[in-house]
Design a protein around this ligand. Structure first.
Ligand code: NAD
Ligand code: MN
Length: 454
């Protein structure tokens, strides 16, 4: 049996140990999930809906407990963690309507009745990263369960605790224990077995583009379905005709939220050259105003990085001779702290091209609308982005021209459970959330019923 040690990133103290699932453990879980899925898919739609609503209610009754676990395991500020736990409830509630609404089509044809059915796939494997353990897990498991599937979730090695607890709450709420199982363990063991096991019929992978590419290649061997949510290097484009005060005041929160460990982080701020100096003057106090500290404190806006090894990676992007414009604060002493950092590099610098996944932002000037669009799109990624302008036509032109799945104009929002989420280019494949997500956990079956003569 393999045990992994979890470290509280704000204190560097040992939090807990967790037993890692073996390959045999995965195989056993898949077999049990397959049997449970058979029964689940045959339940009355209203009964499946009620079960998901009970699950949502159980999560609702444990929001504070889940939030405290995430603070300790991941270093998320308590305000963020509370939102994340509430989001699990909301997503479950949203998709609890699915079982009674997942209707196929009746298509007019000659000689009979033609109907489509949205059949569940079977057992779904959800593989999550460490940056948003609760939201990313529920984006996969809620619509998958709602569409009649069983789900196995493999949380990231560093941050399994809230997902494990959510698995227990599902059982407390009355879901069959084998239908929804959480299997902590290594990506190279549990994740890899999800890829190779023939009875895992679809993978929902969120993580790095590097591992996502490997997962997709492995899935090809069985023509296994995949949804991929991968990296990002999103642009926050600030035009000279926008509310510059508001753009500058909000820019830190568009990138430093969750200490920049956010696939949607607007980690490149592109500013029209004629307002660049003024923008930087306004940005400095906004960055210095970000409250970094104890994630358990109510007014904390940014906590530590998730782990020592991730801290080492982020540090490597800001060497002593880095073009630092200014930085915010961070506590000293134990904990993987890193201050909000603003760089003014050349367009070709690795801090402009690579996903840092920490509180580091690159600010670059641009000349005109065409230059802004070209610069925003000069990346293999295409997940999110923001456009700041008070010119409606420009907002429409630029939002259509930027190659990214989730854009916001005059705000930095990207995730709402009722709207689709996902990436262009190497940021992913497929979409999560929104009204259509359950369909990506089904196969369309078309049946023609010939009508004989009377
Ligand atoms: P990662 O790719 O290292 O790991 C992600 C998950 O894959 C983990 O659970 C890991 O154990 C597992 N894994 C590792 N090797 C595997 C293998 N061979 N087979 C199957 N699974 C394996 O990513 P990470 O460092 O945990 O997360 C950070 C990355 O996730 C960033 O690139 C970030 O942009 C991305 N991300 C994307 C989104 C999105 O929605 N697009 C959301 C959050 C994070
Ligand atoms: Mn309880």
């Amino acid at each position: 049996m393999t045990i992994s040690e979890l470290i509280n990133p704000a204190t560097e103290e040992l939090l807990r140990t967790v037993e890692q699932t073996s390959v045999d453990g995965v195989d056993d879980a898949v077999a049990r999930a397959k049997a449970a899925q058979h029964d689940w898919a045959r339940l009355a739609p209203g009964d499946r809906a009620a079960a998901l609503r009970s699950f949502a209610a159980a999560v609702d009754g444990h929001v504070d407990e889940l939030a405290a676990l995430e603070v300790a395991n991941s270093g998320h500020p308590i305000g963020n963690a509370t939102w994340e736990a509430g989001h699990v409830r909301d997503v479950l509630q949203y998709y609890s309507a699915t079982p009674e609404r997942l209707s196929g089509k009746q298509i007019p044809v000659a000689g009979g009745l033609d109907v489509t059915f949205n059949e569940p796939l079977g057992v779904i494997g959800v593989i999550t990263p460490w940056n948003f353990p609760m939201p990313i897990a529920v984006w996969g498991f809620a619509p998958a369960l709602a569409a009649g599937n069983a789900v196995l979730v493999k949380p990231a090695e560093w941050t399994p605790l809230t997902t494990i607890r959510i698995g227990e709450l599902a059982v407390e709420a009355g879901l069959p224990a084998d239908l929804f199982q959480v299997l902590p363990g290594k990506g190279s063991v549990v994740g890899e077995r999800f890829v190779t096991h023939p009875d895992v019929r679809k993978l929902v992978f969120t993580g790095s583009t590097e591992i996502g590419t490997h997962v997709m290649a492995g899935a090809a061997a069985q023509v296994k379905r995949v949804t991929l949510e991968l990296g990002g290097k999103s642009a926050n484009i600030v035009f000279d005709d926008c509310d510059l005060e508001k753009a500058a005041a909000t820019a830190p929160y568009g990138v430093f939220d969750n200490a920049g460990q956010d696939c949607c982080a607007r980690s490149r701020i592109l500013v029209q050259r004629n307002v660049y100096d003024r923008f930087m003057e306004l940005l400095e106090p906004a960055v210095k105003g970000v409250t970094v500290g104890d994630p358990a404190a109510k007014d904390t806006e940014m906590g530590p990085l998730v782990s020592k090894s991730h801290w080492d990676t982020v540090v490597s992007y800001v060497p002593d001779d880095a073009p630092v414009a200014f930085r915010g604060d961070a506590p000293s002493g134990p904990g993987y702290w890193f201050p909000p950092t603003v760089l003014t590099p050349d367009r070709s610098d690795r801090t402009v091209r690579e996903e840092i996944f920490g509180p580091v932002v690159a600010v670059l000037p641009f000349d005109d609308e065409a230059d802004a669009i070209a610069l925003a799109n000069d990346t293999p990624y295409g997940l999110s982005g923001s456009i700041w302008t008070d010119n409606l036509s420009r907002a429409m032109r630029v939002s259509r021209a930027v190659e990214a799945g989730n854009l916001s104009v005059n705000s930095h929002s990207s995730v709402r459970y009722n709207t689709p989420f996902g990436g262009f280019k190497q940021s992913g494949l497929g979409r999560e959330l929104g009204p259509d997500a359950p369909l990506s956990f089904t196969e369309t079956k078309n049946v023609f019923y010939a009508i004989g003569d009377a």
